[in-house]
Design a binder for this molecule. Structure first.
Ligand SMILES: [Zn+2]
Length: 243
């Protein structure tokens, strides 16, 4: 199977965007079965025209700090975890040939493309990042840096744990005014819906948000899930690059 492109619905040829599957192997240099990761990255990224040595990665902390990156940051976190950006959960760039990535196992990755500037963003939206509205922060940075207009932006979601499986504590109700579903006295979170509404709240058009609706927990054969595999879970990669 070719790598899944979450922006393919828009028929774009000036941006590369993809997320990996379990079959592509672990992509993390820090979690899961690490020794094979460089080779996994090399293979997966080569198939979409990316040199794995160029990759830019973060030490993600479920925050909402988003870094603007340029050529001089190329390769940070590509070959060793230590050189990754610290305290970072998203990247933006308007430079071509610069692959920016997020690594996840249940958390939602959000791909954003501004075809006019052009510019791209990749965001790590777990429930903590979602609570902090990292989508709004990403768009704020894109507006400030690039003069992006929200109504022109195209967004795509990666795989994540979905409302079918994402049970949360009852006290989440006080932090999330919408996107929680009650079933048999248990609370489930629709993290994709919340991020969709947050994007829309910034002015992104509903028809410009694409969601492949993949649940990492339900489809654990094809995707890593932290809830299902705990500390053994590898990470899938979500990557975007301007061509
Ligand atoms: Zn599920």
């Amino acid at each position: 199977m070719p790598p899944y492109n979450p922006l393919q619905k828009f028929g774009l040829n000036s941006v590369t965007a993809a997320f990996s599957r379990k079959q592509d192997g672990n992509m993390s240099l820090c979690y899961g079965d690490v020794p094979g990761s460089p080779e996994n990255r090399k293979k997966f990224l080569a198939a979409i025209g990316i040199d794995y040595r160029d990759l830019i990665c973060a030490k993600q902390v479920h925050g909402k700090n988003i870094e603007y990156v340029t050529e001089e940051n190329k390769g940070r976190g590509a070959l060793d975890y230590d050189s990754s950006f610290t305290d970072t959960d998203g990247f933006v760039t308007d430079k071509k040939g610069l692959p920016i990535a997020i690594l996840t196992a249940d958390c939602l990755s959000v791909f954003i493309y501004d075809p006019l500037r052009p510019a791209v963003a990749i965001l790590h939206a777990g429930w903590r990042g979602t609570e902090k509205n990292i989508c709004a922060e990403g768009i704020r940075v894109m507006r400030e840096r690039f003069g992006s207009r929200p109504q022109s932006l195209l967004a795509g979601f990666g795989p994540s744990i979905r409302s079918c499986c994402f049970e949360v504590e009852k006290d989440f109700k006080s932090n999330f005014p919408f996107g929680l579903i009650e079933r048999s006295g248990r609370i489930f979170m629709d993290i994709a819906l919340i991020n969709r509404r947050q994007l829309a709240g910034c002015g992104v058009k509903e028809e410009n948000i694409f969601d492949p609706k993949v649940c990492t927990f339900s489809d654990n054969d094809n995707y890593f899930s932290f809830r299902k595999e705990a500390k053994n879970a590898g990470r899938l990669i979500s990557v975007i690059m301007l061509k």
